[in-house]
Design a protein around this ligand. Structure first.
Ligand SMILES: Nc1nc2c(c(=O)[nH]1)N[C@H]1C(S)=C(S)[C@@H](COP(=O)(O)OP(=O)(O)OC[C@H]3O[C@@H](n4cnc5c(=O)[nH]c(N)nc54)[C@H](O)[C@@H]3O)O[C@H]1N2
Ligand SMILES: Nc1nc2c(c(=O)[nH]1)N[C@H]1C(S)=C(S)[C@@H](COP(=O)(O)OP(=O)(O)OC[C@H]3O[C@@H](n4cnc5c(=O)[nH]c(N)nc54)[C@H](O)[C@@H]3O)O[C@H]1N2
Ligand SMILES: [Mo]
Length: 764
């Protein structure tokens, strides 16, 4: 079978009546994503990068720092690979000479495309390590707060975003009350880093919701609750879930319902936490009435739910979105504390879970195909940043940042090289990021399309699209292995990242070490061999490549693995967690000793500077949420049909309630301007029935397209929410991204809508 693999799933390759290649759903996928079927649109995309490009001002004047202010505004000239390779090699050598290897930033965060060999960051990092190393980045935008903070509370085994949830089969078997904070955005579950052969997350959630078991969902959007006769949804003010959970904890404590046997056996620090709940030090008891005033959730609902959570075998699930907000560590700690007080941790399908339906793999009862990858080698440079501190790094105004009990020195950066990510989609406060990107001497971007990031580069290296090369795709959290076979050749002048880097490595005398003299097929054979060594039940290579797919348990899922916390809860002495105490730390001495005001030693309610309760809401009265896009994968496929069709007159939709729109004098289809002190964005008003008052939504991923505006803040006609969000971190501890804490004002746009800025490769 001829297959194409993507993060949105696997597709069968066919042809239409005219003989043009088309994608069809994979026959073994019970819930295929229609969005991924649009991938081939990119082959004809007007914004395709068709040859290496170099910015004119840089080419003419790269030794004069004044040229940098034209980044993002300048013309480009086309060069051949033979001309661009020595330019790139020259910049690497220049940076090494002047600043050392730490002057190269190669962190390159981003989702790139599925495929174990042609993974853009791995290829670039392998190459840069051969050049002597680079300043790197750690953690993710997805799970940046939880991934750093949870090891203090649950131990290092629970660092990974997909490792806390019980399996769906255990949930069906054991859970009678499922409480969701942050909701279940079903389209999110259709994505998996590395791809999948079978989407099972949304069907699993929907069948739970239809099972007649109780489900309660708290979210500012009613659309986050699945349909079901026993599903109840309550609105909650964004960023206040911690207060709700503390109110639940206080009720349980005050009514004598806490499971002290579990708390004594399996946790440490309950005493400190209880002091806080009772307001012994701050004079504020965290009662249900207190929580109600903060969250907007009725106090009776909180009290009733507290009793239900204790009495019924219950599971608390938190969306990852909650920790992409200011103080985003706290709702996770509060949920662990609440589940511990209820005594459900370790019971089958109960306790707490993070991210069920955030991506497909969370809670999947499958054996995992953890396999080999292309070695990145070792990085001799020790300097790194938590990934969301890129603006501070490039601005160069601070010498160091505090992070997780350490002080990280920030090196001076002369060369930035991004491959397989789009910071002008994913990072916050894009106008400020644009200024930061104008600081280093040279910016290189490896891209297939003219993203806003490519437009900010001095050198753009055109990368083949994922269907223009052969690869093996697999997610280490899934059980499918897919041979993603080339559908067409890349345009002349476009190379895969690997082949492009080979050309540059050749100029630097590093080619044999980089390629190990293997062809693409030899690399795929090598990787497949690695899988077979780990999983001998996989077929011979020849059989795999001709069938197009293989896997573990493909047609009969393996029995569910035991709940993570089962053995621990049964006997913490023999199955301890890898925390200092071996138990769940409801109070962490280590965290407390860091002394961070924004991250105390136990779960704590801290009011974000930007939320509906804060004084800043008097100036900018709307809370902007920026969830994952329904019709795209982040910024990928924004130019393809499903995403284009979701826009109006080319403008990204602003989701808003009818009552809020009415107050603003806005009607459906009007053009609205969202603004705050950081940016201005145009969007098309879309009235929706599911949002609470004063909460509006711009989905992520629309291409940032700033229109210069006489020295005032540029107007982003592309509609990217990150034009408005802030770089303020979740906390000093995790230094993670916090875009879901963002206030904006909204007004009707009176003037004409500016047209799209430069489009088409030939115009560069
Ligand atoms: N406001 C707000 N912002 C957010 C979030 C949010 O919730 N709210 N969520 C954050 C999260 S969780 C994430 S994960 C990030 C996602 O942010 P990113 O991962 O940066 O987003 P993508 O659009 O997937 O970027 C991948 C880029 O790689 C390119 N690419 C694909 N394949 C290849 C290849 O083979 N070679 C090369 N060279 N390039 C390739 C694509 O064209 C695309 O431009 O966004 C974050 N940003
Ligand atoms: N189609 C599609 N799916 C994707 C992606 C994509 O780009 N496209 N990206 C993938 C990636 S990289 C990631 S990390 C995951 C992210 O998965 P999540 O982090 O779970 O998803 P989000 O879409 O950011 O948010 C989910 C919901 O949380 C709610 N929410 C936001 N803030 C709050 C709050 O303060 N309190 C409460 N109670 N609810 C709140 C919003 O209403 C939103 O609908 O999605 C993945 N899935
Ligand atoms: Mo993510």
């Amino acid at each position: 079978m001829h297959l194409f693999a993507s993060h949105l799933g696997t597709y069968e390759v066919g042809t239409d009546a005219a003989g043009t290649p088309v994608l069809h759903p994979f026959r073994h996928d019970p819930d295929p994503s229609p969005v991924g079927m649009a991938f081939l649109d990119l082959a004809r995309h007007p914004d395709r990068v068709l040859s290496p490009k170099v910015r004119k001002g840089w080419l003419d004047n790269r030794d004069d720092p004044a040229n940098r202010s034209a980044r993002g505004r300048d013309d480009f000239v086309s060069l051949g690979w033979d001309e661009v390779a020595p330019l790139v090699a020259g910049e690497i050598n220049h940076t090494r000479r002047t600043l050392g290897n730490q002057g190269i930033f190669g962190g390159s965060y981003g989702w790139a495309s599925a495929g174990r060999f042609h993974h853009a960051q791995s290829q670039l990092k392998r190459f840069l390590n051969l050049c002597g190393g680079f300043t790197s980045a750690v953690n993710t935008y997805s799970y940046g707060a939880a991934g750093v903070f949870l090891p203090h509370v649950l131990g290092a085994d629970y660092r990974d975003a997909c490792d806390t949830a019980p399996s769906w089969s255990d949930i069906f078997a054991g859970c009678e009350l499922f409480v969701g904070f942050g909701g279940f955005r079903l389209t999110n579950g259709q994505v998996e880093a590395g791809g999948t052969g079978a989407h099972r997350a949304s069907p699993a959630l929907l069948s739970y919701a239809a099972s007649g078991k109780a489900m309660v969902v708290f979210s500012p959007s009613a659309a986050d609750a699945p349909a079901g006769s026993c599903v109840v949804h309550h609105f909650i003010r964004p960023n206040t879930d911690t207060a709700l959970m503390l109110g639940l904890c206080h009720t349980i404590l005050a009514e004598g319902l806490a499971d002290h046997a579990f708390l004594d056996r399996c946790t440490v620090g309950f005493e400190e936490f209880a002091r806080y709940l009772n307001g012994m030090d701050d004079g504020i008891a965290k009662t249900s009435d207190w929580a109600s005033a903060i969250t907007g959730v009725d106090a009776d609902i909180i009290r009733t739910l507290a009793r239900d959570i204790v009495r019924k075998p219950s599971l608390l699930n938190l969306g990852w979105s909650l920790q992409r907000a200011r103080f985003g560590e706290q709702p996770y700690w509060a949920a662990i504390s609440l589940a511990s007080m209820a005594g459900h941790v370790g019971k089958r399908g109960c306790g707490f879970a993070f991210g069920l339906t955030a991506v497909n793999s969370v809670g999947q009862p499958v054996r995992r195909l953890k396999g080999p990858s292309v070695s990145q080698g070792a990085n001799p440079v020790k300097a790194y940043i938590p990934v969301a501190r890129i603006t501070e790094l490039l601005e160069g105004n601070t010498d160091n940042i505090e992070y997780n009990g350490k002080v990280l020195p920030l090196p001076q950066i002369g060369l930035v090289w991004w491959a397989g990510g789009n910071p002008f989609h994913h990072h916050q406060d894009l106008n400020r990021l644009a200024s930061a990107f104008r600081q280093p001497r040279t910016v290189i971007v490896s891209e297939s399309v003219w993203t806003a990031t490519a437009r900010m580069a001095d050198i753009v290296l055109p990368a083949a699209l994922p269907f223009e090369r052969n690869d093996i795709a697999a997610s280490s959290r899934d059980n499918w292995l897919i041979y993603s076979r080339k559908i067409m050749d890349p345009p002349q002048g476009v190379l895969s990242d690997h082949d492009g880097l080979r050309r540059i490595a050749a100029v630097m005398g590093l080619e044999p070490a980089f390629s190990e003299s293997r062809s693409e097929q030899a690399w795929l054979d090598h990787l497949y061999q690695g899988y077979r060594e780990r999983f001998p039940e996989l077929p011979e290579a020849e059989a795999f490549f001709s069938a197009g797919f293989a896997g573990l348990d493909i047609f009969a899922p393996a029995p569910a693995p035991a709940d993570h916390f089962q053995a621990f809860a049964a006997d913490p002495a023999t199955s301890p967690l890898s925390t200092p105490s071996g138990r769940i730390e409801l109070y962490s001495r280590i965290v407390a000793d860091f002394g961070y005001a924004d991250h105390p030693g136990h779960a704590t309610w801290l009011e974000p500077e930007e939320c509906l309760l804060s004084p800043a809401a008097r100036r900018h009265p709307f809370h902007l949420l920026s969830p994952q896009p329904v019709k795209r994968l982040h910024s990928q496929l924004d130019g393809a049909m499903p995403s284009k069709a979701s826009k109006r007159n080319g403008l990204e939709p602003l989701e808003i309630s009818a009552a809020d729109a009415d107050q603003l004098g806005l009607a459906d289809g009007d053009v609205a301007e969202l603004f705050n002190d950081r940016g201005r964005v145009l969007a098309s008003v879309r009235l929706v029935p599911h949002l609470m008052s004063c909460v509006v939504v711009l989905q992520t991923g629309a291409w940032f397209d700033p229109v210069e505006n006489d020295g005032r803040l540029p107007i982003d006609r592309g509609g990217n929410p990150n034009t408005l969000t802030s770089i303020l971190p979740t906390s000093t501890l995790a230094q993670a991204t916090a875009p879901n804490s963002c206030l904006v004002s909204i007004r009707k746009w009176q003037g004409p809508v500016p047209g799209k800025t430069l489009q088409g490769d030939e115009k560069r």
